[in-house]
Write a protein that binds this ligand. Structure first.
Ligand code: NAD
Length: 494
């Protein structure tokens, strides 16, 4: 792996920030990967001013859509060529298995390609007029936009914001999570290169790592920032929504989840077992859409959960770099402590830990932030661990009696992000899919994504949509034009 840089990208310049230095750690070994000098509030201001100049630069502002699309295609190419390096960087920074991080890097490339195609085919509309006017609706860039992201899938969530924001003609201030800045910085290097090759202002992208309460806060509050794209926890999202309300700027919020995965008695059981495990334990459960509450029809509950636990015990836990690893370490020791505290709470609340419930033992795991895949039952759906997002490899199994009971329990949290339904009954799948509060429902599959399918959360899981053809529009302002087509006198023309 190339030595990770400690420079950050401020208004087109690669240099150390003037903010606090932060160590980024490989959670598989506890070793320090790099010390990154984060941005200071002054750096954010400099980046925002440079971004505003870049956004207004005629070289960018007047660039025709097919030329902007060419830039996005070039970024896609560079990301694809660097996929192995990006994957290794992300695995080192987050602990995720290499197969997963490689897929995330390739999905980032695909996001830039899809967005380029959507940009090429986006059209402004001439609207039917109700008088002697030509009326039309045009879309314009906002100027400078903020992209604030969490640590769990940086390269993919960065691409989901950067691609539509650049396609829309903006400049972007990207604020990666404090624990995982390296892959966002690596992506920033590739985008800088593409901008240079196209003779475009480098300051169209800044990558500003640092603490959320300092750097994130400075970014979303900066007077030049005209839109906020945020992915992260619900409490942070609420704080950012308050900033957006006060500043009257649009914000999209992709937030937390506590997603139900439902196994009906008529499900294909081997398929459901594999899908439920993948849904919660891939990425060690550190996924907003993790299927963290398992609802099983009471008549098959004991048998299904027994078979599940048997399989979960056999999952291969290890470093993300080891071939065959299915469950890597958690992102950070501090996060492992939070997950462990939730399992302790489950025990206090009367839950039975059926497997896991501890860090794995042995020399190989000693220095890493590992936690065993854990299955718990015996709790009411109202227990705190059934209601709050744990963001770790912890699955709570709950029985249900009939469909009304299932829907009542499944919809009982503040969240509404995703849902999985395992059944052979198509009508039941349809009914349930419509009754569950979730922005995304998977039927006989889980965690499958397509860039052309919009993604959003209901209730406390978010506001606004990412992905899909309309993603570019979310980073633009709509303007209506009226153009007189007759010389009839105006009312006060005298
Ligand atoms: P977080 O909310 O702590 O941080 C997210 C980002 O916001 C980070 O870059 C952080 O530095 C920044 N931030 C923190 N406080 C800020 C403030 N006051 N102003 C501006 N920025 C601030 O989340 P996290 O712990 O990094 O990530 C985990 C959370 O993200 C989970 O809740 C997970 O469900 C959620 N998530 C949601 C989605 C989705 O698409 N719905 C996807 C991935 C993760």
């Amino acid at each position: 792996m190339p030595r990770p840089t400690t420079d950050i990208l401020i208004g087109g310049q690669w240099r150390p920030g003037a903010g606090d230095p932060a160590e980024t750690v490989d959670p598989a070994s506890g070793q320090i990967l790099a010390t990154v000098r984060g941005a200071s509030v002054e750096d954010v201001d400099e980046a925002a001013r440079a971004a505003a100049r870049a956004a207004a630069d005629p070289a960018w502002r007047a660039l025709l859509p097919h030329r902007r699309a060419r830039l996005l295609h070039r970024i896609a190419e560079l990301v694809e060529d660097a996929a192995d390096d990006l994957a290794r960087t992300q695995t080192a920074d987050t602990g995720k298995a290499l197969a997963e991080t490689r897929a995330l890097a390739l999905s980032a490339a695909a996001t830039f390609r899809y967005t380029a195609a959507a940009l090429e085919t986006a059209e402004d509309a001439i609207t039917p007029s109700r008088g002697d006017y030509l009326t039309m609706s045009v879309h314009e860039p906002i100027g400078v936009v903020a992209a604030v992201n969490p640590w769990n899938s940086p390269v993919a969530s960065d691409a989901q914001k950067l691609a539509p924001a650049l396609a829309a003609g903006n400049a972007v201030l990207l604020k990666p999570a404090a624990w995982t800045p390296l892959v966002s910085l690596a992506l920033g290097r590739l985008i800088t290169r593409a901008l240079d090759e196209h003779g475009l202002p480098r300051a169209l992208l800044s990558v500003l790592p640092g603490k959320g309460s300092v750097v994130g806060d400075a970014v979303v509050n900066h007077p030049l920032v005209g839109r906020i794209g945020f992915t992260g926890g619900t409490a942070t999202g609420r704080a950012i929504a308050a900033v957006a309300a006060r500043r009257l700027v649009p914000a999209s919020l992709e937030l937390g989840g506590k997603s139900p995965t439902i196994v009906r008695a008529d499900a294909d059981i081997p398929q459901a077992l594999a899908g439920v495990m993948y849904g919660i334990f891939s990425s060690s459960g550190q996924s907003c859409i993790a299927g963290s509450r398992l609802f099983v029809a009471r008549e098959i509950q004991e048998e299904f959960v027994g078979a599940l636990v048997e399989r979960v015990r056999k999952l291969r836990v290890g470093p993300g770099t080891a071939p065959g690893t299915q469950v890597g370490p958690l992102v950070h020791h501090r996060h492992r402590d939070t997950v462990a505290a939730y399992v302790d709470l489950a025990r206090e609340e009367g839950g039975r830990v059926l497997c896991g419930g501890a860090a794995p033992e042995g020399e190989a795991y000693r220095d890493g932030a590992y936690y065993l895949p854990t299955v718990i039952d015996g709790l009411p759906h109202t227990a705190r661990v059934c209601q709050e997002e744990i963001f770790g490899p912890v699955l709570i199994a709950l029985p249900y009696d009939d469909e009304d009971d299932l829907v009542r329990q499944a919809n009982s949290t503040v969240y509404g992000l995703a849902c999985g339904i395992w059944t052979r009954d198509h009508r039941a799948a349809w009914r349930l899919a419509r009754r569950i509060d979730a922005g995304t429902v998977w039927i006989n599959t889980y965690k499958q994504f397509s860039i052309s399918t919009p993604f959003s959360g209901m209730k406390d899981s978010g506001l606004g949509t990412e992905k899909g053809r309309d993603a570019i529009r979310a980073y633009q302002r709509q303007k209506s034009l009226y153009w007189a087509a007759s010389d009839a006198p105006l009312p006060w023309a005298g």
